[in-house]
Design a protein around this ligand. Structure first.
Ligand SMILES: CSC[C@H]1O[C@@H](n2cnc3c(O)ncnc32)[C@H](O)[C@@H]1O
Ligand SMILES: [Zn+2]
Length: 444
């Protein structure tokens, strides 16, 4: 039980406090207290003002919510933003992205691209992101240094990738990194078989056994397009999700990214296995991959989180914008304006993300004992007036530029829109230099 008699490190007094759990609650004239990186007080402002705190911050016109969780992405692909647009998935991957990755991706690329992604995400209200990219050890180092929280999925494909010449080598690296970071308070290592069409049964079975032994999660692109499902039926006689179920991969530790194609049998498999789905609406729209039926999944009891995917297929890491897209698209797909209302959309971008990544006990909602991962949205602007329901205003009328402050485990990483641990101008200069190298142009 948190001890409120001892001094707080920080007491926040926002206009609106949205804990996400309990669902649908908006607390007015309430305060939140932090000690040692954890939430130790949530209560009325009047009671809070009697507490002893090292720092007290009035936050007028601020909506304080749990930090956003970007449940799927490829962080370093920020450096490929806008490189190949307006193409379907397989043309985009096979003719443009994979050749560019073979040419450019090394440890330096991943270092600089991941730093850029971390900065963009912090400025957009994201306190935790999931990453699936090459040289994952480098990504963990950038996450550690920056103060953000992350799930790092070890990329595994049947063919050579930057940093691992075989799937066995990638798996070995993953086991080692998992062991090294087992006790890290902000980084969780998982296994990331790329997709059903790039990883065969033999390697999937190896991954299942190792994930079971380590109690690790598995993060994978699944049913991204109708083509993927059709090709699997033609070549293997079964749908990819059914194949994963037969191989024993589905379960509460499995994260199925995309899922734009869902038959009744697929839905039953997701429900009975308690598998999480990670919805990436803007990537699916841009690559014309299909539509994930979020409301249908939600009503069936499937945990649905939200992700941006990489910057080369989105082309931003704006999870607030992504959540708005998800809310609007859910209504169109369900043919119902009541689908994915604003409060459920915020839950999808916070607590459901934490549940999908297996870190729900630690983050995802503002509850006593959880880590203080929080974002302060400024609703004082012209476009936010008047405020009837601050959560509606946040989801439907607010952009990521309204993110004013952000904390991870009580550490402030964004203060009045200024990054506290990263040099924004330096990041911009470095990204520009990569753009010039990759495009072969030498602009200033
Ligand atoms: C396993 S490392 C990541 C690998 O995935 C590629 N990628 C990026 N976005 C997508 C997507 O939407 N579907 C499938 N693969 C994707 C990325 O370029 C890397 O090669
Ligand atoms: Zn992806």
């Amino acid at each position: 039980m948190p001890n409120t008699a001892a001094a707080l490190d920080l007491l926040l007094l926002p206009t609106w406090l949205v804990p996400v759990e309990p669902a649908g609650v908006v607390l007015k004239d309430h305060a939140l207290g932090i000690r040692d990186g954890r939430i130790v007080f949530i209560g009325p402002r009047s009671a809070a003002l009697k507490l002893n705190a090292s720092e007290v911050r009035e936050l007028p016109d601020i909506l304080l919510s749990p930090g956003l969780i970007n449940a799927h992405g490829h962080a370093a692909m920020t450096l490929f933003r806008g490189l190949a647009d307006d193409l379907p998935l397989m043309t985009w991957l096979e003719n443009h992205i994979w050749p560019a990755e073979a040419k450019w991706v090394d440890e330096e690329f991943v270092r600089d691209g991941t730093d850029l992604a971390i900065a963009e995400q912090i400025k957009g209200g994201i306190t935790c992101f999931s990453d699936m990219y090459f040289f994952p050890k480098v990504a963990t180092e950038r996450v550690h240094k920056s103060g953000i929280r992350a799930q790092i999925a070890i990329p595994i494909l049947d063919f050579p990738i930057p940093g691992a010449s075989t799937a066995d080598e990638a798996i070995r690296q993953g086991i080692e990194l998992f062991g090294d970071l087992k006790h890290h308070d902000r980084i969780k290592v998982t296994f990331g078989p790329h997709a059903p069409y790039t990883v065969g049964d033999e390697n999937l079975e190896k991954i299942r056994v190792i994930a079971e032994e380590l109690d690790a999660s598995i993060h994978m692109h699944v049913h991204e397009t109708a083509f993927e499902v059709q090709q699997s039926i033609e070549q293997r006689g079964e749908r990819p999700l059914a194949r994963l179920a037969r191989l024993g991969l589905l379960g509460p530790r499995f994260q199925a990214v995309h899922m734009t194609q869902i038959s009744e049998e697929d839905l039953a498999l997701l429900v009975e296995s308690n598998t999480s789905v990670i919805h990436c609406p803007e990537s699916n729209l841009k690559l014309a991959s299909g539509f994930c039926p979020v409301e249908r999944l939600w009503q069936a009891g499937v945990n649905v989180a939200v992700g941006t995917d990489g910057s080369a297929s989105n082309n931003d890491l704006d999870l607030l914008g992504e959540t708005r897209t998800a809310a609007l698209l859910a209504k169109a797909v369900a043919g119902s304006a009541t689908a994915l209302d604003a409060h459920r959309a915020l839950r999808m971008a916070t607590l459901n993300g934490a549940r999908a990544l297996g870190i729900e006990a630690e983050v995802g909602s503002l509850e006593l004992g959880k880590a203080a991962d929080m974002v302060a949205f400024d609703l004082s602007g012209l476009a936010q007036q008047p405020v009837y329901d601050p959560v509606s205003q946040l989801i439907y009328a607010t952009g990521r530029d309204s993110v004013k402050h952000l904390w991870v485990a009580g550490q402030q990483l964004l203060d009045d829109r200024r990054l506290t641990r990263l040099d924004e101008q330096q990041l911009i200069a470095t990204a520009k230099a990569w753009g010039q190298r990759i495009s072969g142009r030498n602009e200033s």
